[in-house]
Design a protein around this ligand. Structure first.
Ligand SMILES: Nc1nc2c(ncn2[C@@H]2O[C@H](COP(=O)(O)OP(=O)(O)O)[C@@H](O)[C@H]2O)c(=O)[nH]1
Ligand SMILES: [Mg+2]
Length: 348
């Protein structure tokens, strides 16, 4: 228990026979239940977990019969959390890259009812991600984070690929987990689903850990990009229709589609003009050039206005924890404060 709330720890793990050991050993005493979701590991990880269970009865091994991906692992852990009626589910990987001594940062804003979902951000508060994250990952992360802002509707968050999260019972019960994304890329999909339910999301500064000599990730970059980009577009369309047509209404939905239509049309005409100029040496007429400029400016303006309205819509449920963010930044920039607050709040 932590501050009168029961805590589940969900650990999706695939072939982590070695690193699952330090991960499980570092679980704080406030965690009531540990769900390790083994997605058909082939390295004997299940035996390691069962061995550790003998010394720590909080550990529960969930076995999948076919490999479904880390998102599916988390969903299984979430379902067990719901079944056992626990209050909050924290998620970390099984590769000991997520410092569990920082778990309270995620729990406090949920318990204080400032947010429904807290996710890690390794760039905030002079985070070490800029220095330590492999450069290719840093560029990829930035592009995906920008795309996810638009796709998910949470414009105030970053580092969307970070899998260190905590979620409250209300959000666990509201989201339709069965239709959620099961493979890598799940954090961005989960965010969109939280947004359509009107749930609050907050970024929590956390340390990035890159263990020397260890495999940091099983993600294959190109495969990931090919899968995730269409998912983000699909999710964006789903969110627009569900949020602004089916459950509520806002004309921004027309502005977005109008903007996209004219941007694509304008860029198409632009490419045609350039093609004719460079390959057939045809000078474009003033008419077609003006049409091209008109389409592009109309498209860009509509898109930016739509984005602005979309951000404003989201502010409604973000505004009330603005002060909390400032406070938590103060807490996290002062290491002594964290332990003091723990001593006050610890229940177990
Ligand atoms: N349940 C499950 N977990 C997986 C799968 N693939 C990876 N994981 C786990 O998900 C966590 C994060 O994976 P990792 O490849 O390190 O990704 P990254 O650190 O977020 O880049 C680790 O604990 C992995 O063992 C899978 O197919 N199923
Ligand atoms: Mg990893």
């Amino acid at each position: 228990m932590y501050r009168n709330h029961s805590i589940a720890l969900v650990i999706p793990a695939y072939n982590e026979a070695r690193l699952i050991v330090p991960t499980l050993k570092s679980v704080p005493s406030e965690v009531d239940r540990i769900f390790v979701v083994d997605d058909c590991s082939t390295d004997g990880m299940d035996k390691v977990v069962l061995e550790m269970q003998k010394d720590d009865s909080r550990i529960h091994l969930i076995r999948h019969t076919i490999n479904q991906g880390p998102g599916a692992g988390i969903i299984s852990g979430y379902k067990s959390t719901i079944n056992e009626n626990l209050d909050i589910a924290v998620v970390v990987g099984g590769d000991n890259q997520m410092p569990l001594d920082e778990m309270y940062r995620f729990l406090d804003p949920i318990i204080d009812d400032y947010t429904d979902y807290a996710k890690g951000n390794r760039f905030m508060e002079k985070g070490n991600a800029f220095r330590d994250m492999p450069k290719l990952r840093l560029v990829g992360n930035t592009i995906i984070s920008l795309m996810t802002k638009i796709s998910s509707g949470y414009y105030h968050i970053f580092d969307v690929v970070d899998g260190y999260t905590a979620i409250n019972k209300r959000a666990l019960q509201l989201v339709d987990w069965d239709s959620a994304w099961k493979k890598y890329g799940y954090p961005m999909d989960f965010l969109m689903r939280l947004n359509v339910e009107g749930l609050r999301v907050i970024d929590i500064p956390r340390r990035a850990i890159y263990l020397p000599g260890e495999r940091q990730s099983q993600i294959k970059g190109l495969h990931y990009a090919i899968n995730v980009s269409p998912m983000l577009l699909k999710n964006f369309i789903h969110r627009m229709i569900f949020k602004y047509v089916f459950s509520n209404f806002h004309p921004l939905v027309f502005l977005f589609f109008f903007g996209a239509f004219f941007l694509v049309l304008g860029l198409g005409v632009g490419f045609y003009i350039l093609f004719e100029k460079f390959f057939h040496d045809i000078i474009p007429s003033a008419g077609i050039t003006s049409i091209c400029a008109l389409f592009i400016s109309l498209g860009a303006q509509s898109t930016f206005f739509a984005m602005f309205f979309d951000m404003q819509e989201g502010m409604g449920y973000q505004r009330n924890f603005g002060n909390y963010l400032t406070d938590i930044r103060k807490i996290n920039s002062n290491p002594d404060h964290r332990s003091k607050k723990n001593n006050i709040n610890k229940e177990s």
